[in-house]
Design a protein around this ligand. Structure first.
Ligand SMILES: CC(C)(COP(=O)(O)OP(=O)(O)OC[C@H]1O[C@@H](n2cnc3c(N)ncnc32)[C@H](O)[C@@H]1OP(=O)(O)O)[C@@H](O)C(=O)NCCC(=O)NCCS
Length: 214
């Protein structure tokens, strides 16, 4: 038996249990929580009309993650919210399945303050399935982002974004369309939840070639 590997696996299992227990505590005020939520660190999650799907993962490390407000907030399955992100709803925020918000992303459905005597803007925000929002991007009130979009780091998204594109900049503009292999659900991949089908196919072709030359 490889004892070193076994030790690492046991350590990881303990860490995962700790993260599950933390999730139970952090999400105790959440109306509905799916299976296997994981929370790393100490986020503040006190949104009062919040429902989250299965495999919800929240990290709160170098900066605190905040999920708050009295608006309707619906978050799908397999969503990852990274450290320092702020998601505040006073009206309606919908985050689809398989969405990742990177570090310090800001999502809000209200401007909080009016300008020039006009009332402040409140408008629903929607982020489509499989979308990856890069670090420090800001998603402004009223914006609908399509499916499998990549929002580049630091973008300020002021307008709706169609499916399957990369947007970048301030204000965010479409840089190019994105092409995915059939069956690909997410713009973002990781080895654990969703390995990129293209990379998996490439790797298995390499493995086959290696086996044939050996
Ligand atoms: C978008 C990103 C993934 C790069 O994707 P890519 O397909 O390799 O894009 P490219 O580097 O080819 O850039 C395409 C164009 O978009 C521009 N661009 C890319 N990222 C940009 C950004 N963050 N802001 C502004 N413009 C950006 C490039 O300058 C380039 O413009 P050009 O065609 O005029 O030269 C990367 O820039 C990014 O933002 N990553 C996010 C990383 C992150 O947040 N990680 C957190 C992990 S949880």
């Amino acid at each position: 038996m490889d004892w070193e590997r076994r030790r690492i696996e046991v350590q990881w299992t303990v860490a995962e249990y700790r993260q599950r227990a933390r999730a139970k505590w952090s999400l105790r005020r959440t109306s509905e929580v799916g299976r296997k939520a994981i929370v790393l660190g100490r986020p503040t999650i006190d949104a009062t009309d919040l429902e989250v799907g299965d495999d919800f993962k929240v990290w709160s490390g170098h900066r605190k993650t905040l999920i708050s407000g009295w608006g309707r907030m619906r978050i799908g399955d397999r969503v990852f919210i990274n450290c320092g992100s702020v998601v505040i709803s006073v009206l309606e925020i919908t985050i689809g399945d398989d969405v990742a918000l990177a570090n310090e992303v800001y999502v809000m459905d209200s401007n909080s303050h009016g300008v020039e005597g006009r009332p402040h803007v409140e408008a629903p925000v929607r982020i489509g399935d499989g979308t990856w929002v890069g670090a420090r991007a800001l998603i402004l009130p009223g914006v609908t982002i399509g499916k499998r979009v990549v929002v580049a780091a630091g973008s300020v998204v002021t307008r709706d974004v169609p499916d399957d594109v990369l947007v970048a900049g301030n204000p965010a503009r479409v840089v190019r369309p994105l092409e995915y292999p059939p069956g690909c659900k997410r713009a973002w991949h990781d080895e654990w939840g969703c390995p990129c089908p293209k990379l998996v196919a490439m790797q298995s072709a390499l493995d086959t070639a290696g086996a044939q030359t050996a």
